[in-house]
Design a binder for this molecule. Structure first.
Ligand code: AMP
Ligand code: GLY
Length: 455
């Protein structure tokens, strides 16, 4: 069973369904993409009579129990931060996704910064404040540029990279005095501004108190990828949920990744072990490559969206087997074995297809502000296939006819033996997809397309 309804969840369902070990994938609630995928079935909780008086995360544990699923993968952060993994494990069903304690790494910026500082994870200097006076005093002392982060979950709207003291103070007013984000903005992290290029490292984690003691607890990184958060070409315009992703990255060398493993990933694993967490799931490292080396910007306790749509197509191993290795039913270090991790090779060796993925995202015209829904999507499947591409649906519903239902509508993930080939394939394929007012960036993966950290 897969929880979620975005493009990431479509990619997860598609990969799971390819496993010969998998009979059926149920997606709760799923979308128009998972509805059409082989071996996949959507479940809308509103259609389940047995859920009549059930609320919150219990909805998922009840569905998992009713459907007698073997295990669950949780896509988005909200249910994880609300304890969905705890609820499902309590019903005796294994979950890929951390329990509520580990999910604090994403639920609270203050918590995650304290964790980073405590365990020596390379990151920006920061302090946490709880009053506007304290915040403004610190901003004045440090000067701009400075980064203002709301503590709680804010769906990408909780971070302001302020070029001037005035902008930083305005963010404090918005978050703390005008209550723009509700409770999420009442505690603030003020952070040193880091300049560089950003990368996303998604990873599989299998840590329990037992495996920690046996020295088999582990984190296995996937190939690095990159999101493009701004709406328009050249990293211009408003922030979005992500306008496209690429994987792997030609501008990131092995030496940089080795530094990341040593200075960010290993101390994170050590911290999870020291906290005695049961963290079996995915983790997302948002990393700034600075002149002083890689520094961690944030953790997400799940796979990234749209990074997943660029990373999963390159996996040359069985995704369901990876899920089972993360769960590690026998508690004997299955993930460490699956990824062939040794002391000499701490990042392990997962099998990856050769080549590159470029995955531009098509959005509804007007997004991220208001937009219309309900437009029919047509896809020329022959051209998409010729381009070695796969369309992952995000905001669209329907099983026979696909109708747009969200801002980010779909990603067109194309493979190529070189990045240029992947890029050409992706943009040829996306032209074979049509809906009214469709918009997409034309420069995903090209120089200057991603945020540079420049102000
Ligand atoms: P976060 O949710 O913490 O990853 O922040 C969202 C985005 O804000 C990041 O992806 C970066 O583009 C930017 N950002 C966050 N922290 C910093 C920082 N310390 N210096 C520069 N940019 C940052
Ligand atoms: N692509 C960034 C995220 O998933 O949060």
């Amino acid at each position: 069973m897969v929880i979620g309804s975005g493009g990431r969840e479509h990619a997860i369902c598609w990969r799971l369904a390819q496993s010969t070990k998998v009979n059926e994938v149920v997606c709760v609630p799923g979308n128009g993409g998972t509805a059409q995928e082989d071996k996949c079935r959507n479940i809308n909780p509103a259609d389940c009579e047995y859920l009549d008086d059930i609320k919150g995360v219990q909805i998922y544990s009840q569905i998992a129990t009713f459907e007698q699923v073997d295990f669950v993968i949780v896509g988005p952060e909200n249910p994880l931060c609300d304890g969905v993994a705890d609820a499902i494990w309590n019903c005796g069903i294994p979950v890929v996704g951390p329990k509520k304690d580990g999910a604090q790494l994403e639920a609270s910026k203050d918590f995650s910064k304290k964790f980073m500082h405590k365990y020596g994870v390379a990151c920006a200097d920061s302090i946490t404040v709880t009053t506007a006076e304290e915040a403004k005093k610190y901003i004045h002392e440090k000067g701009a540029p400075i980064v203002v982060k709301a503590d709680g979950l804010a769906a990408g709207k909780g971070v302001v990279v302020a070029a001037t003291e005035e902008q930083a103070n305005a963010a404090i007013d918005d978050f703390m005095s005008n209550n723009k984000l509700g409770d999420a903005g009442q505690t603030i992290v003020l952070e040193e501004y880091l300049q560089g290029t950003e990368i996303s490292v998604l990873a599989a984690v299998s840590v329990t108190p037992q495996t920690a003691q046996a020295n088999t607890a582990t984190i296995v990184p996937f190939m690095p990828s990159r999101d493009h958060k701004r709406l328009n070409d050249g990293a211009k315009g408003p922030n979005t949920g992500g306008m496209g992703a690429i994987c792997p990255l030609e501008d990131v060398d092995d030496a940089t990744m080795t530094l990341f493993y040593k200075n960010c990933m290993q101390p994170t694993l050590d911290g999870m072990i020291a906290e005695k967490w049961d963290y079996r799931g995915f983790i997302f490292f948002g990393v700034m490559l600075t002149k002083e080396g890689p520094k961690l910007l944030e953790y997400n306790v799940r796979l990234g969206d749209p990074e997943t749509q660029a990373v999963l197509p390159l996996m040359d191993f069985d995704f369901a087997e990876l899920g089972l290795a993360i769960i590690d039913k026998e508690n004997n270090g299955a993930l460490k074995k699956f990824a062939k991790i040794t002391d000499e090779n701490p990042a392990g060796t997962l099998a990856w297809k050769k080549g590159f993925i470029c995955a531009p995202v098509a959005v509804s015209g007007g997004y991220p502000a208001s937009y219309n829904k309900g437009y029919e999507i047509t896809i020329d499947k022959k051209i998409v296939k010729e381009c070695d591409a796969k369309v992952f649906i995000a905001g669209a519903q329907g099983s026979k006819k696909l109708l747009t239902s969200g801002g980010r509508v779909l990603a067109c993930s194309a493979l190529g033996s070189t990045f240029d080939e992947a890029w050409n394939n992706a943009y040829k394929a996306i032209k074979a997809v049509q809906f009214k007012d469709m918009f997409y960036r034309k420069d995903i993966g090209l120089p200057g397309a991603a945020e540079s950290g420049e102000l």
